[in-house]
Design a protein around this ligand. Structure first.
Ligand SMILES: CC(C)(COP(=O)(O)OP(=O)(O)OC[C@H]1O[C@@H](n2cnc3c(N)ncnc32)[C@H](O)[C@@H]1OP(=O)(O)O)[C@@H](O)C(=O)NCCC(=O)NCCS
Length: 155
C-alpha cells in the first residue's frame, strides 16, 4: 500500500537517485551518475532542512520511497488588493515505473491541498507530454495571461 508523507533531510539520497532516474529517462545525462547523486543529495538535504520555501512529498511503499513531488512557494510582492501573495511552483514529479498507478495522483493531491491551504494565487508546472491528462484533472490549463521568454535554450 502506497502512503504519502512529507520528506525529511534523511530522504535526500533516495530522492537524488529518483531525480537521476527521472531525468536520465527523458534526456541524455552528461554528468556521471555517482557525482550527480552526491551533488543532488547535498542540494536536496539543504532544501529540506529548516525554514525553506521548498516542500517535497514522497510516495512510500513497504518503507521504500517510490516517488516524489517538489513544490516551491514563490513569493509575490505584498498587494493592497485581495490578490493572494504566493505562487506554487510544482516540479520533479516522478514515480518509479514499478509503482505507478495512483501514486502520481496522490502526490499532486497533496501538493494542491498544501497550495490551497497556504492561499497560493496559482500553481504552475511544466508537464511532460504524457502527464498532461493527470494535471488537467486538477484544473491545470494553458494560461492566456503569462508571457515566457526562453533565456537559455536547451530545455
Ligand atoms: C507522471 C507520473 C508521476 C504519474 O504517476 P502514476 O502513479 O502513474 O499516476 P496515476 O496513476 O495517479 O495517474 C495516471 C496518469 O499519469 C500520467 N502518466 C501515466 N504514465 C505516464 C508516463 N509514462 N509518463 C508521463 N505521464 C504518465 C497520465 O496523465 C495518466 O493519466 P491517464 O491514464 O488519464 O493518461 C509517472 O507516470 C511518472 O513518473 N512518469 C515519468 C516522469 C514524468 O513524466 N513526470 C511528470 C513530470 S511533469
Amino acid at each position: 500500500m502506497t502512503a504519502i508523507r512529507l520528506a525529511t533531510p534523511v530522504d535526500a539520497p533516495a530522492l537524488a537517485r529518483l531525480r537521476y532516474d527521472f531525468r536520465a529517462s527523458i534526456g541524455e545525462a552528461i554528468e556521471d551518475r555517482g557525482a550527480f547523486i552526491k551533488r543532488c543529495t547535498e542540494w536536496m538535504a539543504e532544501r529540506l532542512t529548516g525554514p525553506t520555501p521548498w516542500r517535497c512529498w514522497v510516495a512510500e511503499h513497504d518503507g521504500a520511497i517510490t516517488g516524489h513531488l517538489w513544490l516551491y512557494m514563490l513569493e509575490k510582492i505584498p498587494n493592497p488588493t485581495p490578490e493572494a501573495e504566493w505562487h506554487a511552483y510544482i516540479t520533479n514529479i516522478y514515480v518509479d515505473p514499478a509503482h505507478r498507478g495512483g501514486a502520481g495522483t496522490a502526490l499532486v493531491e497533496a501538493a494542491i491541498a498544501f497550495a490551497r491551504e497556504h492561499r497560493a494565487d496559482s500553481a504552475i508546472l511544466w508537464p511532460t507530454e504524457g502527464s498532461r491528462s493527470l494535471y488537467h484533472r486538477f484544473g491545470f490549463a494553458q494560461p492566456s495571461d503569462i508571457l515566457e521568454a526562453i533565456i537559455t535554450p536547451g530545455r
